[in-house]
Design a protein around this ligand. Structure first.
Ligand code: AMP
Ligand code: MG
Length: 400
């Protein structure tokens, strides 16, 4: 049976639920911290050492007993404690130890007077600080992080700072979700690779590079990229190859035109088509299916449709495959700069510019209008028949 006779147009919510209902996940892998940026932690991690590990000085200066270090007193210098080794020094009231940032506090000292607030006089140091409180400029052991405290949650994206935190615990490698491997197939007889000569009726192929960039931004791995003419046999071959990976993203050829062969080609290679056509603007001809472990996404070829359907349907799946806890785009509550009316029948994703807390649509809002899209930094989803007034509070999806 031809696919169009058995699949009805479904809502965006229903589509997303179907798509996310059975996302396969691969076994996690262990990687060195240097290779772990933007990967997703596969397990919760807890501190095994306190941070700081020992009481130490926050300044270059003098370790003292606060009580005996009042303004204009002279303290006898009884030693020097550099960072990096513990000299096991100790001192008592009336004495000081020359100390440096990060150096362990001598026994008996409870405070550091910063160098700028002192005057060195041979074996003595003159305290010039007006007021000293016990504990000043001392970094207490465990004050930042105690043993047993959670440092990473399963599904966290490992940012530069998280990697530093792991390193500060002496950790060299971390278990993360496997990077999803993605194939991109662009289709269309009218499309020419940038750099080649454009003939009458042709346009440059631009979805390929955009999708590749979006895949990389989603922290997945681009494993195959191919352009295919609107030729049934070529398409079958490209789709056989593409479905060897975790996800196959096809651009164009999923609509109802005579030369839109993607559905038939998918049937030919034995893929299952789970849904075709979603009530969303742009992006209605969107298709989702499976072949073995591969999740297949047929995105309508108009650049804005490709972009929007990637973000709402493909990105969450890639992130879920890789074990990410947060699979949606970041959101912000902002003010609407002007009134907006939604589409009659479908939710509409408006492309706009978010500036100083205010969202305004930018450029033409048709699905081929790439220029406006390229200037947009946020998307606003307006429900079917919804009317929003200027100045109303709305939630937008943030693009980067
Ligand atoms: P299709 O989904 O194949 O019917 O294509 C819809 C529209 O998007 C047509 O105007 C195509 O020329 C255009 N289009 C399709 N694929 C691409 C692509 N890879 N780059 C730029 N435009 C495309
Ligand atoms: Mg086409």
């Amino acid at each position: 049976m031809r696919v169009e006779y058995c699949l009805r147009v479904i809502s965006e919510e229903e589509a997303l639920e179907k798509i996310l209902s059975a996302v396969p996940s691969s076994p996690p892998t262990e990687v060195f911290l240097g290779d772990a940026l933007d990967r997703f932690a596969a397990a919760d991690l807890f501190a095994t050492i306190p941070i700081p590990p020992f009481d130490n000085s926050a300044m270059d200066g003098y370790a003292v007993v606060a009580e005996s270090a009042t303004k204009d007193t002279r303290l006898k210098i009884v030693g020097e404690q550099p960072a990096g080794i513990s000299k096991n020094l100790s001192l008592s009231a009336g004495q000081a130890v020359r100390i440096f940032t990060g150096a362990p506090m001598p026994k008996g000292a409870d405070t550091v007077v910063m160098q700028e607030e002192t005057q060195r006089e041979g074996d003595f140091v003159l305290v010039r600080t007006k007021q000293i409180s016990e504990g000043d400029f001392v970094r207490q052991a465990g004050a930042d992080l105690a043993i047993g405290q959670q440092i990473i949650k399963r599904g966290d994206r490992l940012r530069a700072t998280a990697l530093a935190l792991l390193a500060s615990q002496g950790i060299r490698s971390v278990t993360v979700g496997k990077r999803a491997q993605v194939a991109i197939v662009t289709t269309g007889d009218e499309l020419v690779a940038p750099g080649k000569k454009l003939r009458a009726g042709q346009i440059f192929e631009s979805n390929g590079v955009m999708l590749a960039a979006l895949v990389v931004k989603a922290d997945a791995k681009l494993s195959m990229r191919r352009h295919c003419r609107d030729n049934f046999d070529d398409l079958c071959e490209a789709l056989r190859d593409a479905t060897q990976y975790d996800a196959a993203i096809i651009s164009g050829g999923v609509s109802v035109g005579e030369r839109d062969f993607v559905r038939e080609a998918l049937q030919e290679i034995g893929a299952e088509i789970d849904l075709w056509r979603v009530a969303v603007k742009p992006g209605k001809p969107f298709l989702f299916g499976k072949r073995d472990q591969c999740r297949i996404f047929g995105l309508p070829g108009n650049p804005v449709s490709t972009f929007v359907t990637f973000l709402i349907f493909v990105r969450p799946v890639l992130l879920q495959m890789m074990g990410a806890a947060e699979i949606g785009l970041p959101r912000a509550r902002v003010r609407l700069g002007h009134e907006i009316s939604g589409d009659e029948t479908r939710p509409h994703y408006f492309r706009g510019e978010l500036k100083d807390g205010q969202f305004k649509v930018v450029g033409r809002q048709e699905s081929h209008a790439l220029f406006g899209l390229a200037r947009a930094n946020a998307l606003l989803r307006v429900k079917a028949q919804e009317k929003l007034d200027a100045g109303s509070e709305v939630e937008v999806l943030l693009l980067d």
